[in-house]
Design a protein around this ligand. Sequence first.
Ligand SMILES: [Zn+2]
Length: 60
Amino acid sequence: MSKRDYELNDLVEMKKPHPCGSNQWKIIRLGMDIRIKCQGCQHSVLLPRKKFEKGLKNIL
Ligand SMILES: [Zn+2]
């Protein structure tokens, strides 16, 4: 995807869905690393910004 802005608390879709079946994540921490929380099961993961941007599919 082309470079787009995302902000804290934005809902995003990643290229790879979470194993729980949900593909909506909320950005809950924005810094050098980005923490996103799965909206299906509330599991959160920490990703380096580069990896996050690579896996990002859509900003909702
Ligand atoms: Zn999940």
